[in-house]
Ligand binder design. Sequence first.
Ligand SMILES: C=CC1=C(C)c2cc3[nH]c(cc4nc(cc5[nH]c(cc1n2)c(C)c5CCC(=O)O)C(CCC(=O)O)=C4C)c(C)c3C=C
Ligand code: FE2
Length: 405
Amino acid sequence: MSDISRRRLLGTAGAVGAGGLVIGAAGYSAAESDPPAPLTALGSTDVAFDGGAHQAGITTPVQSTGHLVAFDLAPGAGRTQAAALLRRWSASAQKMMAGRPVGDADTEIALDAGPSSLTVTFGFGHSFFDRTDLTAQRPAQLDPLPDFSSDQLDAKRSGGDLWVQIGANDPLVAFHALRQLQKDAGAAARVRWQMNGFNRAPGATASPKTARNLMGQIDGTGNPKPSEKDFDRRIFVPVSGQPAWMAGGSYAVVRRIRMLLDDWEQLSTHRQEQVIGRRKKDGAPLSGGTETTDMDLDKLGADGKPLIPADAHARISAPEQNGGAALLRRPFSYHDGISADGTPDAGLLFVCWQADPLRGFVPVQRKLDRGDALSAFVRHESSGLFAVPGGPKAGEYVGQRLLES
Ligand SMILES: C=CC1=C(C)c2cc3[nH]c(cc4nc(cc5[nH]c(cc1n2)c(C)c5CCC(=O)O)C(CCC(=O)O)=C4C)c(C)c3C=C
Ligand SMILES: [Fe+2]
């Protein structure tokens, strides 16, 4: 929690204790500065926008509301307009993440909520670099992902010049940020696609627990942990990495993966567990132990077959099965109503982070594409790959090192 939020939380609590509610009841005229609304720890928690090696929203615990938005630069907009846009976006994001209004034109949608762990993360797509005459600065890691045999991608909901990931533990705070950034885009950029997601509300369980997805599985257990010695090397571009403007950055692969829930829910719990390789109730591997026990991929059952089946999703995607390929999954669930055929349009906004997609998403998805038991129950419907620069220094805007190179 930053000083601003801590002051706000403590100051507010003190005011209430000292009779602040009476002051509140008396009311403040619009001309006076309104006292901040009382906040809980959830509302007052903030995440720093600048000063870190990496942008917020990558290792930040996943929030309960998420918006993923891709923008295309408007016809005629180039590097100058893009730089001005990133400057506006960064200024707004910094204020909103600190729980401050963005200015006189603030919509006041989030007025009473505090920062609520808001994060805003910005990335650049492959097409951005040609549009801004920065092709020479485009990293090879942004080369288009290969086609996968099971892909059923919708081009209109894929790609994009610019990508914004918004996360917050309050839906109004998240929407406020979304609305502000859309307004900031002005004539410089247009929304290409937008996806809205959610996760379990923080505080719903007495202690933090790995979230479940819409198939009911505990999802995220096998993620690399920041405490592991090779975590940074796997997830972030090193300070000495290329191109220099990506130092401390990461590559985000975004896939809208629809879950065929009507089919999935036909399976017995036993069969669902065989498909994943982990128990549904507690996420423990089928080889035994608890959620945090390592999978024993060699352990055989009484029938002489591996307890974690050969086509189980967790087996096939494990780093040891993919030459050490690892990625940090940070997804949101989504539900966009019911399709014309009566099935739920619901699933996973799969977002994963890595230092290089060719050492993360690509080899793992290639393997999953060939023999994952889960494939029969999911459909990849859209795809994006974005270069997400490192964290801005104080006073810098995201992408400044690229746009002013
Ligand atoms: C290409 C990468 C991956 C895609 C796409 C993907 C889709 C996907 N996954 C689940 C559910 C689970 N995945 C789990 C583990 C897991 N998945 C991937 C990669 C992709 N998943 C990895 C690298 C791992 C970790 C493997 C390991 O090291 O143990 C699990 C098990 C619990 C866990 O570790 O999180 C579940 C459950 C769904 C529903 C899905 C598409 C909709
Ligand atoms: Fe997975």
